[in-house]
Design a protein around this ligand. Structure first.
Ligand SMILES: [Zn+2]
Length: 720
């Protein structure tokens, strides 16, 4: 029977999908494929699978040091396919980098061609995290419901490299849960009222959750837990008041006796929950007393990175009164789970039939800017990749596929401007009319309708029809499909279109200023892309004078303006070319600036690179005119992480964040927490750290004072 006995599962930074796929695919042998950087993650997943599934064989392999190069991924899989005797195999390409996913999916299709293996599309999987099924490449197949048998909280924390410091619940909360307030008072008669209120608040939430989840399959509730600190044996790096699991989903619970504490602690709580359980975790804040109107909105205003979807704020009174059954708890915190999966993997817009493969082969050599290629690319969360694609390929004509989430405004003109600058070096910035008359605007167009970012086939169809249309005039312009931006499913759709149309598939490597072609290998980039920074940095305005003079008095309590000014002056001095200076506009508003510590205060732009500077203060106000509260180490680290995410949203790999703090206090611990959150324990810190690009989610933390800046501020960023 033509059914695979082996599965290959790609592993990236987020291990949960790899674990679930490994448990779901019905294979005896499993190969977990990561890169050198993710091997520790792959080994943790392997140990969990061995323990839970008792499979005959679990192997871990690496594609090598560079997960952004097509060649090594394809070569690794080709070697595996030979060793496997050319037999069929399952593939799950959810994890790993985009290049790994696309190379693996294309190799699977080529190694198991439909004429010999008509069912092969059903063996190619992608985890649909919304519906909890492994979708297949066969649209008529309903997909495989995810199996998570045996996956408990310890396993989920374990694959993220976290373990509990101690398995016992701390005594006070345990006493309260077992015997109420009386038992607590009998054992701890001298406990201060404030501490007791905290224990009672935690204990009541925990008792309630235990009562309503008891005897329900797939649920688990743990009381207070501390996460072991990898750097300090015996110490804790984070803690949770309670943790609830339903199937493979996790809810971390934080009980607060005062509603105001919810607002202040939300950022750090969400950050540590995601670090230990992955991005899909839900967080519940329960505060004592009656509900406070608008509290949820205040959390978002304080920290814009906290989305309503994964953060729940309840008063204890409401929780006790309204969630009185397991079903109500499930619906409130684990929506979607428990509903039967829809057939066909969800609603699909009908797609017109694709043209048959046109048998075209990729050109002999990679089409350079002088060849006037046709470019197909998608628009991702950041618009940066679309602009740099236009710069890299200098297309005669471009089709951009936006998804429903894409923000289109200004992109066409910005892309036309980037093209104009590439072809007219040294020319003045053109007016809109000039771009139109010069034909630059017409060389960039969007599909009339956005595409479904999860629908590979639809993307393939749209791209192939456009390419066929362009070629129908008889002109045989070479075609480049750039997959740098957009979702993985969109990138795969574009790559499939390229294969069927004889086009090159490219990915831009920002760090190395190179484009990698799947057929022709690395191609160096020429020049720097001209970037419309205001488009990529909404909420920022140009700044000429010192930040310390421009920012309002309230803002100067939230961030260290003098330190930011000193760092900016040094970087501007060191630069061999022009530098754009942009300031977080909220710093000028006494109310909006209350969340300014969560964003880079300054962004310096050097051609097509952006350096964000953040210096969150060590005390801050939560309300206009309110008192200044000291900032905990975790909250400081979280602010740095939040600023990093914000710059990444706008600039993608073109951005990097440097966070600054003055020497003294608890700085080294805060720096360790930043490292723990970003999983960069101990890498490139200290006075010899360098500013670099390519790992936009790893901020650099610099201990500095305006009079004594470390060497990294002597970097000429225009050379990077
Ligand atoms: Zn090529």
């Amino acid at each position: 029977m033509d059914s695979p006995r082996t599965a290959v599962v790609l592993v990236g930074q987020n291990p949960t999908p790899a674990l679930l796929s490994s448990l779901t695919l019905p294979a005896d042998r499993l190969l977990l494929l990561g890169s050198d950087g993710t091997l520790p993650v792959a080994h943790r997943v392997a140990r969990a699978v061995e323990r839970l599934a008792g499979r005959a064989s679990v192997r871990v392999a690496s594609v090598g040091p560079d997960p952004h190069d097509f060649g090594p991924v394809t070569d690794t899989l080709a070697a595996f396919h030979r060793d496997n005797g050319g037999e069929p195999w399952f593939l799950d390409y959810t994890g790993g980098t985009k290049v790994m996913s696309v190379a693996a999916a294309l190799f699977h299709e080529r190694a198991l061609p439909p004429d010999r293996h008509p069912r092969a599309p059903r063996w190619r999987h992608y985890l649909d995290a919304q519906r909890d099924i492994l979708r297949t490449a066969d649209g008529s197949h309903p997909g495989r419901p995810v199996v998570g048998d045996g996956v408990d909280l310890r396993t989920l924390a374990g694959i993220h490299g976290a373990r509990w410091l101690d398995d016992r619940d701390p005594e006070p909360v345990r006493l309260f849960v077992q015997g109420g307030k009386q038992a607590l008072l009998a054992r701890f008669p001298d406990m201060s009222p404030a501490v007791r209120r905290g224990v009672v608040a935690e204990g009541r939430v925990l008792s309630h959750l235990l009562r309503h989840t008891r005897r329900h399959r797939g649920t688990e509730v743990l009381g207070p837990r501390q996460v072991a600190d990898p750097l300090h044996p015996g110490g804790a790096v984070a803690d949770f008041d309670a943790v609830v699991r339903y199937r493979h989903r996790v809810l971390c619970v934080e009980a607060k006796s005062r509603p105001d504490d919810v607002v202040a602690r939300a950022g750090w709580t969400v950050t540590k929950a995601r670090r230990v359980f992955g991005g899909a975790v839900q967080v519940l804040f329960v505060h004592s007393g009656p509900a406070v109107p608008g509290l949820r909105d205040r959390v978002t205003a304080y920290n814009p990175a906290l989305s309503a979807r994964s953060v729940h704020v309840w008063s204890l009174d409401d929780l006790l009164a309204r969630l009185t059954s397991f079903e109500e708890v499930r619906k409130a915190f684990f929506p979607g789970l428990g509903a039967p999966p829809r057939r066909g993997g969800g609603a699909r817009t009908p797609v017109p039939p694709e043209p048959p493969p046109d048998g075209a082969e990729p050109p002999e050599r990679h089409p350079g800017p002088g060849d006037g290629p046709l470019l197909v690319t998608s628009l991702g969360g950041s618009r940066m990749g679309t602009l740099t694609a236009v710069h890299a390929h200098r297309p005669a004509d471009t089709l951009v596929l936006p998804s429903r989430q894409s923000v289109l405004s200004g992109v066409r003109e910005a892309a036309a401007r980037t093209l104009h600058a590439a072809e007219n070096p040294g020319a003045d910035r053109p007016e809109a009319a000039e771009l139109k008359e010069g034909g630059y605007r017409d060389r960039v167009r969007f599909t009339p309708e956005p595409v479904d970012g999860a629908d590979t086939e639809a993307v393939t169809g749209v791209a192939r029809r456009w390419i066929a249309e362009q070629r129908s005039g008889g002109a045989a312009a070479p075609v480049v499909v750039d997959i740098t931006t957009g979702t993985k499913a969109m990138s795969l759709g574009l790559a499939l279109a390229a294969r069927r149309s004889g086009a090159c598939v490219t990915y831009q490597l920002g760090r190395r200023r190179t484009v990698v072609c799947m057929t022709h290998g690395p191609v160096p980039l020429r020049g720097r892309a001209a970037v419309d920074w205001p488009l990529l940095l909404p909420g920022y305005s140009p700044l000429t004078g010192p930040l310390a003079e421009w920012a309002c008095g309230e803002a100067r309590d939230q961030v260290d303006a003098d330190l930011l000014d000193a760092a900016r002056d040094a970087l501007v001095r060191a630069a061999g070319g022009p530098v754009g200076v942009w300031a977080d506009a909220s710093l000028g508003h006494p109310v909006e600036c209350l969340s300014a510590q969560e964003r880079p205060s300054l962004v310096l732009t050097f051609d097509d690179r952006a350096v964000g500077l953040a210096a969150p203060g060590w005390s801050r106000r939560r309300t206009p005119g309110g008192g200044a509260h000291p900032v905990g180490r975790g909250a400081w680290a979280q602010s740095v992480f939040s600023a990093t995410l914000l710059l990444n949203t706008g600039c993608d790999v073109a951005g990097t964040v440097v966070a600054l703090t003055r020497p003294g206090g608890d700085v080294s611990r805060a720096v360790e927490l930043v490292d723990w959150i970003t999983q960069t324990e101990g890498e490139g810190r200290g006075r010899h750290a360098r500013i670099g690009f390519g790992e936009p989610l790893r901020p650099l933390v610099a201990v500095a004072s305006p009079e004594d800046l470390p060497d990294l501020f002597d970097t000429d960023v225009t050379l990077l």
